[in-house]
Design a protein around this ligand. Structure first.
Ligand code: ZN
Ligand code: ZN
Length: 381
């Protein structure tokens, strides 16, 4: 029975970073292209990939830690590596390490004779939104510096007759290198050094873009932000980012949402919590007041005898639901404000009140639930 931790040579407490690093090193070491297609290397490559696939997924790792291989082989007929073959292993490696670092070339995924320009790198932007913009939804225009096709060379990077097939690799973008070592011949495939894996070379590079086929320009993009987003959300603008070198497809723009704090409201999902300060007489006698809402203000009736900490619900005055569900509520937490500086008339009035008021009753504060308990209660119809 395989111990996946041992297979990768990591401790049981290793974090994802360590697991990735260990796997990457072993995968490179045992990759069949680097081992003259040896069956043994292929088996080792499968083993380490299988171990990596389990330990890099928190769910699978937990099952493995608890139940061992049985825990993660359900659905594979329970037969060890059943259903996990070499192509699965390559698939997993490509999925997690395929882009960047030239692994695509190393693994010979580039169809020979058809070099393809790589796509533009994805970019990330942060978009700050006010609570008001979250409530209504908004179209935001953003200035962004993007790599655009070079017009002087038609995005080819070359002047005159354009790029020509690389004579070193004959357009495949790959180079096989054999080295002799005491253990025998060692063959590796790497990106062609003459064309940097492009499959074509430029004899007469465009001076505007220095052969890149693209230049940096200021652009404006519009981001449609739906109502109800929060800081955890992001918006992907597919194919609107940088163009790739020499006519490669555009990458994506990922817009990370950042909702600014609001001085009057705290957000709790789709609900907004607002703290309302009332005077002693407003609390004792009741009142009609206007309270700020995210869209302006709205009237609220303060019931006579309201206590500090009580929560009044203003239905439907919260934030819209991102998935189109019910709008949230505004929850108003009442706080009775005690005056700090009394003038002579106020003092006299309060002293007269003291002569007639009742003492605080025995039951005051007892059985009174906390603020958050009341907020939760407000969700129960
Ligand atoms: Zn080449
Ligand atoms: Zn150019």
């Amino acid at each position: 029975m395989a111990d996946y931790y041992e297979t990768l040579g990591v401790s049981r407490g290793a974090d994802v970073q360590e697991i990735r690093k260990a796997y990457r090193r072993l995968a490179m070491q045992h990759h069949p292209d680097r081992n003259q297609g040896s069956r043994e290397a292929e088996e080792r490559f499968k083993e380490v990939t299988r171990a990596y696939e389990i330990l890099s997924s928190p769910e699978k790792r937990e099952l493995y830690d608890r139940y061992g291989e049985q825990g993660v082989n359900r659905g594979h007929g329970g037969g060890g590596f059943g259903g996990f073959d070499f192509s699965d292993a390559i698939e997993i490696f490509m999925r997690d390490f395929g882009s960047g670092g030239g692994f695509g070339d190393l693994f010979g995924r580039r169809p020979s004779g058809t070099p393809r320009s790589p796509g533009g790198k994805g970019i990330r932007l942060r978009l700050r939104l006010t609570l008001g913009e979250v409530a209504s939804g908004v179209d935001k225009r953003l200035r962004v510096s993007l790599l655009e096709p070079c017009e002087d060379c038609g995005a080819t990077g070359a002047l005159g007759s354009g790029p020509t097939l690389c004579p070193a690799c004959n357009g495949t973008g790959q180079e096989r290198i054999s080295r002799h070592s005491p253990l025998g011949q060692f063959v590796s495939v790497q990106p062609c050094r003459m064309c940097a894996g492009q499959g074509e070379i430029i004899r007469d590079p465009c001076p505007t873009c220095r052969g890149e086929g693209r230049v940096r320009e200021e652009s404006t993009i519009t981001v449609e932000v739906p109502a109800g987003v929060s800081t955890e959300n992001y918006i992907t603008l597919r194919g609107q980012g940088n163009v790739g070198p020499r006519g490669g497809p555009r990458g994506d723009i990922t817009v990370l949402i950042a909702v600014e704090d609001h001085p009057d409201f705290k957000r709790d999902g789709n609900d907004l919590v607002h703290e309302l300060h009332v005077t002693f007489t407003q609390a004792a006698l009741g009142d009609h007041v206007d309270v700020p809402t995210v869209g302006g203000s709205a009237p609220l009736s303060v019931p006579a005898g309201v206590q500090t900490g009580e929560v009044l619900r203003m239905r439907g005055l919260g934030l819209p639901d991102l998935d189109g569900g019910m709008k949230g509520d505004q929850l108003v937490r009442v706080v009775v404000w005690t005056p700090e500086d009394l003038d002579r008339r106020q003092r006299e009035a309060l002293e007269r009140l003291r002569e007639v008021e009742d003492p605080v009753p025995e039951h005051a504060g007892r059985g009174r639930r906390g603020f958050w308990a009341r907020v939760k209660e407000a969700f129960v119809p």
